[in-house]
Design a protein around this ligand. Sequence first.
Ligand code: FAD
Length: 457
Amino acid sequence: MKIVVIGGGPGGYVAAIKAAMLGAEVTVIEKKKVGGTCLNAGCIPTKALLASSSMLMNIKEAKDFGINIDGEITADFLSVMKRKDKIVDQLVSGIEFLFEKRGINLVNGFGKLVDKNTIEVTKEDGTIETIKADKIILANGSVPIVPPMFPYDKKRIITSDEVLELSELPKSMLIIGGGVIGCEIGQFFGVLGTEVTIVQRGEQLLPYEDKDIVKQLQRQFKKDKIKVLLNSGVDSCEVVGDEVVSTLSDGKKVNTQYVLVAIGRKPNIEGSGIEELGIELNRGKIVVNENLETNIEGIYAIGDLINTPMLAHVASKEGIVAAENAFGKYKTVDYTTVPRCVYTEPEVAAVGKTQKQLDAEGIEYNVGKFEFRGLGKAQAIGRIQGFIKVLADSEDKIVGASIVGPHATDLLTELSLAVHLGLTVEQVGDVIHAHPTLSEGLMEALHDVHGECVHAA
Ligand code: FAD
C-alpha cells in the first residue's frame, strides 16, 4: 500500500514511521523541515530557551545553596539562541535518520491535493512532481492567527515564528495573549532582562486552568518583574519609527520595541487543495470521524488541522491511530487524558477535569491537596513553591489533577495513567512512593482526598 503524508510535524512524521512499520510504501511531503512547528518553531526551541532562563534563575540563587559566584551574572543572548538552534538541528537530523532507516521517501516541496489519490508537489525550483497514493494522511499543522488590527510586519509586530529567531535581546515587548505560548515566551525574555508586559482578556493567565493553580504562576511573574494586565485587551498596534505603539482597551497607549501576537493558531490549509476537493471543514478545521478519516474515504487528517487539542503529543497519537486505521484497523484516541503542560518556572501541568469544570457540570467530587513545601525533597532542592491537587468523583475515581511547582510536567504522568485507567484514589494512594522524592507529594495529595494525609499542615 502507498501512503502519502502531507506535513512532517509531530503528527505527520510519526504517522509516516508507523505506516512504514506496518509495511506501507511511505512518502512524506514537507515544504520546510521535518519536525514541523513543534521541533522548529514551537515545543523544543521554547523549552531550550526556557532551560537557559531557568539556569540563570538557579545561578542567581546559588548563594542560598552555599555557592559563591563572583562577578555579574549575565546571559549572552546570541549564545542562548545558538544553543537552541543546535538542539533543533540535532533533532531534525534524528528524524531524517529515522526516515532513512524505515525507507521513507522525503520530498521537499509544497503538497497540493488534486484528487483522492493524487498530490502535486511544487519544489523550490518551481518544478512539479505528481505523486500517487492509495491513502493520504493530512498533517499540514497550523499557523499563528494575526488579526488585521495588529499589522504583522514580521519585524516589530511578530509571532512565535519570528520571536524564536531574534538576533537581539529586546528592550521591551508587549505580549498579546496570556495562554501557554505568551506565558512561556514572556518568562524567558522577562528573566533575561526584557521589560515584558502580558495583556490578557480574561481574569487570569492560562484561562483553562484553575485559578488557585495559575495564581502561583502569576505570583512568580511578579517576582520576575513581568507586568500582567488582566481583564484588558489590545485594540490596535502601529509601528512608529523603531517602536510599536499599542492602544489598550481602556484607551491607554503602551510603547514597546516589539509586540508579540500570541492569541492562538489556525489550520494551515491555504492553497493545499483541501477545500477544493470538498473535504468538510467546520470553522476552518477539518472534520473527521472517530477514526480520523475525513468525509473523503481514504483521506485522514490529524494534529492541528482538526478540532482536538493543538498539542504535539495529541498530533503524534493521532498520527499512529490514522496510520493504523489506513491499514483497516478501527482505532480511536482517548482525549480525556490529554496532559496540558506549561514549562514556566514554576511549571504547570494538568490532566482530566479541572475543579471549575466539575463545579460547572454539577458533578460531586472530593479534592485532595498537598504543598511542595511539606516535602523533604522539595526543601532539599530549594523548590518549595506550589502544590498538587487531585480530584476524585463520588466513587473515588481520579477524574482530574493539577500541579503547579517543580517538575510538574514530569510528575503528572502517574496521575494521567490513573485517569486513563479509571483508577481510584485508594488504588494509587496505596502505592509506596520513594522517599525523598517529589512524587511523594502525589501520594500525600491522594491521601488528603480521604482526610488521611499524615503530613497535612
Ligand atoms: P505542525 O507541527 O505544524 O507541522 C506541520 C508541517 O506541515 C510543517 O512542517 C509545515 O511546513 C508542513 N506543511 C504544511 N502545509 C504543507 C503543504 N501543503 N505541503 C508540504 N508541507 C506542508 N505543543 C506541545 O505539545 N508542547 C509544547 O511544549 C508546545 N509548545 C509550543 C510552543 C510554540 C511557540 C508553538 C507555536 C506551539 C507549541 N506547541 C506545543 C504546539 C505544537 O507545536 C503543535 O500542536 C504541533 O506542532 C502540531 O503538530 P502537527 O504535526 O499537526 O503540525
